[in-house]
Design a protein around this ligand. Structure first.
Ligand SMILES: NC(=O)C1=CN([C@@H]2O[C@H](COP(=O)(O)OP(=O)(O)OC[C@H]3O[C@@H](n4cnc5c(N)ncnc54)[C@H](O)[C@@H]3O)[C@@H](O)[C@H]2O)C=CC1
Ligand SMILES: O=C(O)[C@@H](O)[C@@H]1OC[C@H](O)[C@H]1O
Length: 488
């Protein structure tokens, strides 16, 4: 398979199963477009359940010998993949920009995240530990061991397709599992490129497999199969619920990283310029397509005018254009996403939202082709506004004035989500109270977004199940076994 997406010729994608490129059982293809131009840049096989089963069978065959390797050898194999990724970093970055639309510098940042995830978890190879516990019985000990689940299925979203794949692949492999990835059909090429690099790095056939197709078809078959030991998915809460239901029959072990609706709270004593910087970054990076994005702003009444004047000015100054030219912001990933946002803003305005910066879809001139949406800022008075309750996942920022931290926390917690939350205040009592006042799995206090891999990225409520990253995320790829050893 070729990967020179910017050669101008359409790449004919394939699935990667058991170390071989194949179109599998596909009778049709799915086209992959450049969201900045709507040009078709690739096609991928529209795989089916048969291909899911073939990939699982290949992973299942490879898993015993992979798990039998010393963990350090598995870690070294993941480091070899990281070295290959670094060697081809610019090629991967260009694939990401062409298929997902993020500005090239942000795509390079995503490749940096791929390297971070691979290298961090490779380092866990010598930290797979167990316990020896004294027994109540004579001549007996209790041992607790950690074992891999077997075959891990990874289902990834389109916003960071390479980083999300690496975030799951690395710990799964180092823990002794083998892996089947379903890369999102909107951004599949980066996941296939990772498989190409894994083969070049010498990963044994069947350890890392990539299937292509639609989630409700191929993804569902992967979730339902008894050959699947664990499913780790990043994506919408909607799909997460479908996966949860499909997993019920086999009581599948799930890790779900789902939608977010992060509140961005700015109190009267905040450093306003620092808060505005953080709010702009957390709203507009990746065209607002990050699960930890600033999705709603709660501003203390006494500073709201100053904050909004500065935030609107910065939003208006955001440069938008061809992501290969490295503007501040590229296109949304699809026309469906643009239509979704347009509809939400219309509904919110009908419900009383006031436009502070109109923004909206761009369809003229240089934007005649592609899926463009310009920064839009609104003020609302009700926490029931669609823009406050529903995930936008795009460059739209609603603001609501509050009179206290307690009111802000109450409104922030009035949500089905629970992923990330932001607070800007210099009052140490408020900072100490925030982890107890806010029902979210990840807090950013006086700082913008950007997880670090040594931590733990977990959603509460309908933002997820389980979590990723760090020692807790790694441990999620191992299951425990207790042995009562009696030698009497
Ligand atoms: N919490 C987090 O870390 C993240 C959450 N998200 C959320 O995901 C959404 C955007 O992601 P999308 O790509 O639209 O995700 P999606 O929800 O459409 O799909 C995500 C993955 O699940 C698969 N899938 C979808 N339906 C399935 C089914 N019925 N059975 C099996 N597999 C299925 C898809 O093929 C894809 O690989 C946003 O709401 C965003 O907030 C996105 C990135 C990170
Ligand atoms: O899933 C998300 O949107 C974030 O967790 C994002 O994905 C990979 C990046 O490293 C994270 O910021």
């Amino acid at each position: 398979m070729r990967f020179d997406l910017d050669s101008g010729s359409v790449i004919r994608g394939a699935m990667f199963i058991g170390g071989q490129w194949t179109s599998g059982s596909a009778q049709a293809v799915i086209t992959v477009e450049n969201p900045a131009t709507e040009e078709v840049i690739a096609t991928i096989p529209e795989g089916g359940a048969e291909d899911a089963h073939a990939a699982l069978a290949a992973a299942k065959r490879a898993q015993p010998s992979w798990a039998a390797l010393p963990a350090i050898k598995r870690g070294e194999a993941v480091l070899a993949l990281a070295d290959k990724v670094e060697e081809h970093a610019e090629a991967l970055a260009r694939i990401l920009t062409l298929e997902q639309g993020k500005p090239i510098s942000q795509a390079r940042g995503e490749v940096g995240a791929v390297l971070m995830f691979l290298r961090h978890h490779a380092g866990a190879a010598r930290r797979i530990e167990g316990d020896i516990i004294s027994s109540d019985n004579v001549d007996e000990e209790i041992h607790i061991r950690r074992h891999p689940y077997g075959v891990v299925v990874g289902l990834t979203a389109w916003n960071y397709p390479a980083a999300l794949a690496a975030r799951k692949l690395a710990p799964a492999l180092v823990a002794g599992n083998t892996f089947v990835l379903l890369s999102h059909e909107i951004t599949p090429v980066s996941g296939l490129f990772l498989a190409h690099l894994a083969k070049e790095a010498g990963l044994p056939d069947g350890v890392f497999n990539v299937v292509t197709g639609r989630g409700p078809v191929v993804g569902q078959a992967l979730v339902e199969s008894r050959d699947t030991g664990l499913v780790t998915m990043t994506g919408s809460t909607r799909a997460g619920k479908q996966i949860y239901a499909a997993a019920a029959d086999t009581l599948k072990v799930l890790r779900l990283e789902l939608g977010g609706k992060a509140p961005f709270i700015v109190m009267v004593d905040a450093d306003i310029d620092r808060a505005v910087d953080a709010a702009v970054t957390a709203r507009y990076t990746n065209c607002g397509q990050i699960c930890t994005c600033n999705e709603r702003m709660y501003l203390h009444r006494a500073i709201a005018d100053e904050f909004l004047e500065k935030f609107v000015a910065r939003s208006r100054a955001i440069s938008i254009g061809n992501p290969m030219d490295d503007p501040d912001m590229g296109p949304k990933v699809s026309g469906v996403e643009v239509a979704k946002i347009e509809e939400m803003v219309t509904r919110a305005r009908r419900a009383g939202a006031e436009l502070l910066l109109e923004g909206g879809p761009l369809r003229e001139g240089n934007f005649a082709k592609g899926h463009w949406y310009s920064p839009t800022v609104l003020e609302v008075t009700e926490n029931t506004s669609p823009l406050i309750q529903e995930e936008v996942f795009g460059p739209v920022a609603p603001a609501l004035r509050v009179d206290s931290f307690e009111e802000a926390a109450r409104l922030a917690n009035d949500t089905v989500y629970g992923l990330s939350a932001y607070v800007f205040t210099r009052d140490h009592r408020r900072l100490m109270k925030s982890p107890y006042a806010l029902k979210f799995g990840e807090l950013y206090l006086n700082r913008s977004n950007g997880e670090q891999v040594q931590a733990f990225h977990s959603g509460w409520g309908q933002s997820g199940l389980g979590g990723e990253d760090g020692k807790y995320g790694f441990d999620g790829y191992l299951r425990k076994q207790t042995t009562y050893l009696n030698w009497g």
